[in-house]
Structures are given as C-alpha cells and as structure tokens.
Design a protein around this ligand. Structure first.
Ligand code: ADP
Length: 461
C-alpha cells in the first residue's frame, strides 16, 4: 500500500492525472499494450503532480514519473513517486508572502507619493512667502537670520521630498520617461560647469573626455539623464578631498543599426573609495556609510534613484572601486537612438522638459499669488514687473559671484546683447541659465523664478 492506498489504484490515479486531457484518451488498454511493447508512451518521463487523499483522508501532493523498464518480453512500467506535500505548502506560503509584500510595497509607494505631494504644496507656499518677506527690511536684524534659517531648512526638506517622491513614483510604476533629442556634449558640459565651482574650491581637477562616434543628438529623457549625472558627479565632488573628477563619455555606434549607439558614461574620482562589501548596499535607499553621515549632506537616495532611472532606460549603473584610490561609477545605456542635428541648440527644450518635471504647476499658481502680492505692494502690474526684473539682477550678481571671471565676461556679453532686443525672452533665457546653475546650488529658488518668468511671459503673450 502507498499512503494507505492499494498500489494499483494509486498508480492509475497518478497516470490518469498525468497527461493532459487530450492525452487521456490514449489511456486505453490498446495503448497500454502498445506502451509496454514499444516502451513509448505520452506518460513516460513526464513529471506529474497529483493531489490524492491518504488513508486518514489528508490531502497529499505526490510527484511521480513513469518510465519503461526493458524486460525479456517487451517492457514493464516503472513508477517513482514521492510525497511533496510539505514542499508544496512552503511554496504556497512563500507565494502568498510575496504577494502580500508586493501589495504592501505598492500601498507604501502610493502613500509616499501622496504624502510627498501634500507636503510639497504647502512647503512651496512657505518658501514663496519667505521669499516675499526677504524683500522687506526689518528693524530687528534677527528676523533676517530667522528667515535665512527657514529658507535653508525649507530647501533641504524640499530636496528630500523630491527624492522620496521620485523614488516612490518609480516604485509605484507611475514614472514614465519623456525622451527628446539633445546634445549629450552640452549636457555633460553643463554638469561640469555646475560642479566646477565646488570642485575648484576643494582644489580638485575637473575634466571631461568625450570619445567615439557622436555625430548627432541622442534621444533619451534628458531631465532624468541629467539627474543621474548630477547624483554621480555630485557624489564624486562631495566625497573626493584631493585629486580630481573626470566624466568620460564613450559612444559606440552599433554595427547593425546605423542610427543607434551604445552609450557609456564613466564618472571617475580619486576619493576614498567604497569597500567591496558596501558596493551593492550603496544603491539601497537611505544607505549611507556610517562615517560620512555625520559630516556630509545627502539623503542616501541619489544612487537608488539613479539606478532605477538607468534601468528604466534599459541601462544599468555599476560601480568599481578600490579603497583609498577612488571610485568609478559606470552608466551604460545600450541602443540609444541618434538623430542628425538639423538645427542649433533649441533654447526652448529645457523649458518643455520641465513640464513633466517637478511641480511647475504648483509653482505657477504660487507665483501668481506672489505676483499679486507684489502688485498690491508695488501699486501696479508694471511696477510689479520691474520689481521682479530688479530682483533678477540681484540674483544675477549672486550668480556672478560664483562664476569664474571668463565665464562672467562672456555671460554678461551674451545677456547684454539679448537684453536690448527682447526683454522678456532674455529674462526667460536668463532664468533658464540660472536654473542650470541652480540645480547644484539653489534649486528651489531658481525653479520658482523660472516659473515666475513663465507666468510673466504668458501674461505678456
Ligand atoms: P548620498 O550621497 O545622498 O548620501 P547616495 O545614494 O548618492 O546618497 O550615495 C549613497 C552612499 O554611497 C553615500 O552616502 C556614500 O557613502 C557612498 N558613495 C556614493 N558615491 C561615492 C563616491 N564617489 N565615493 C565614495 N563613496 C560614495
């Protein structure tokens, strides 16, 4: 007996349960005879799983396989069977646990996405009104210190919220890419320009090397690629104390597809390096090496987000590092479409890509509010405009302070040239320029200004 059943009834249960229903019709006497004569049958060598009840009425899962055994007059049928009830049960529990975990993770991501949004809206208002308050002069100078405090904390909170929002959107499957064609060389130069001040303050060399077959504009989500590079280059500059940082761009044209390249971007630094055992962990959300957490700013989300963006682009990010010598992060994206560039750099593009970016709409309504406030304060729309313009010039000085001398000169020349022609367009461009600088230094403020110009531009249209 097997599990309390007669061996023959057991075997026939197994055999009947085995083949698909179409094959069951083969389970006639003739066919069995044929099977035993030739050693050939649809049941042979098939692994079957059968539910049966044992003598105590308990459900059991039996795994079995039938096979021919050669004998003097034809074949015998051999059957091997084993009880896999426990394995099955474990598998089932694991599946349920996995489904539960996935559902919980989905709910968590959705929750985070909602809450981040809910926090960002009032935070935008706090930041906006802080900005307005900064325009007043206070008798008590402590107010200014307090305002600066609000502003600094607000920015840190905004950066964190934006990262959490990005990550939870990705995890909830709500993030989609928005590919446009753009010039990778200008993007990398932009990134360099933004970090070059920080690098030079730390005495670091900053170099770019571009090689391979880059003959046009690549088609990718520029905003997200920019974000990846910001994280990688930002980290390289942040963690490296001496030596330098290099961005290497390599484009390999595909042999088979003419308008496609495989893109590799290495961000190389001569920083402290990352121990082998930590090289995977750093891509986990909120992971920061213990020693650094105390002294350096950051959320521990940058790499987690970057890796996910890379994966969304069908690419990947890998790290190789030697402690004490430095680190190389490699972003690899295969099969990137390339377009011959027909026109010069399109100034409007960054404005458009921002539409899908962070909270422009919220900014806009907020800016309108702020604008109204200013209008009330200044007495007329025209005066409010000139107030904003004045404000821009003030920011310009601030930016000017952080630009190198040569850059300043050419920047001023460019602005002066444009200012005479189309005032608002010039301001828009200026805001865009500031926006780029700002990504490293002052994201929120400049984003808001950028939005202010959008609003002004619309009003003037
Ligand atoms: P954050 O920079 O905000 O802390 P990231 O996700 O970007 O978060 O990085 C996670 C951790 O990986 C960092 O805290 C740091 O310990 C380590 N790390 C990242 N880049 C480098 C680098 N270039 N050199 C040394 N350590 C690095």
């Amino acid at each position: 007996t097997v599990l309390g059943q007669k061996i023959w009834s057991f075997i026939s249960t197994i055999l009947l349960a085995g083949p698909s229903s179409a094959e069951k019709s083969l389970f006639g006497e003739e066919n069995i005879k044929h099977a035993l004569k030739t050693g050939d049958s649809p049941w042979f060598r098939k692994i079957n799983e059968t539910e049966i009840r044992d003598a105590c009425g308990k459900e059991k899962t039996i795994q079995s396989v039938a096979f021919p055994v050669k004998s003097a007059n034809g074949f015998l049928m051999g059957v091997i069977a084993r009880d896999i009830t426990e394995t099955k049960e474990t598998e089932r529990m694991l599946k349920i646990a996995k489904e539960n975990a996935e559902e919980a993770s989905q709910i968590k991501s959705q929750f985070l996405a909602n809450i981040s949004h809910e926090i960002r809206t009032p935070l935008n208002a706090i930041m906006g009104f802080t900005e307005i308050l900064k325009e007043f002069s206070f008798e008590d100078s402590r107010f200014e210190t307090h305002l600066a405090g609000i502003e600094k904390s607000g920015k840190a909170l905004m950066a964190l919220i934006n990262d959490i929002l990005d990550l939870s959107r990705i995890e909830a499957g709500k993030m989609s890419l928005n590919p446009t064609s753009f010039n990778i060389k200008s993007l990398v130069e932009d990134v360099k320009q933004i970090f070059s001040l920080k690098a030079s303050q730390k005495g670091l060399e900053f170099t770019i090397s571009i090689s391979g077959e880059l003959y046009g504009e690549i088609v990718l989500d520029e905003l997200r690629l920019r974000q990846i590079l910001f994280n990688l280059v930002g980290n390289a500059v942040k963690f490296t104390q001496k030596g330098g940082v290099t961005i290497e761009v390599l484009a390999r044209r595909k042999q088979t597809l003419n308008n496609t390249i495989n893109l590799t971007i290495n961000v190389v630094d001569t920083g402290p390096g990352i121990a082998r055992k930590e090289q995977e962990a750093i891509f986990e959300p909120f992971y920061q090496k213990q020693t650094e957490t105390a002294k350096l700013e950051g959320t521990g989300l940058g790499l987690a987000i970057s890796r996910r963006f890379a994966e969304m682009m069908n690419g990947k990010i890998a790290v190789s590092s030697q402690v004490g010598e430095g680190t190389t992060f490699t972003l690899y994206i295969p099969d990137v479409p390339v377009q011959e560039s027909l026109h010069g750099p399109d100034r409007k593009k960054p404005l458009e890509t921002r539409q899908d970016g962070r909270g422009l709409l919220e900014h806009n309504t907020l800016v309108e509010k702020i604008f109204k406030e200013i209008q009330v304060k200044e007495g007329s729309k025209g005066k409010a405009h000139s107030f904003l313009k004045k404000k821009v010039w003030k920011e310009y000085d601030k930016i000017a302070n952080i630009l190198g001398f040569d850059e300043m000169i050419s920047f001023s020349a460019m602005l002066a040239d444009m200012a005479g022609k189309h005032e608002l367009e010039f301001l828009g461009l200026f805001a865009e320029k500031l926006n780029r600088e700002a990504n490293a230094f002052n994201v929120i403020e400049i984003n808001r200004m950028f939005a202010a110009f959008e609003t002004l531009r619309k009003k003037d249209d």
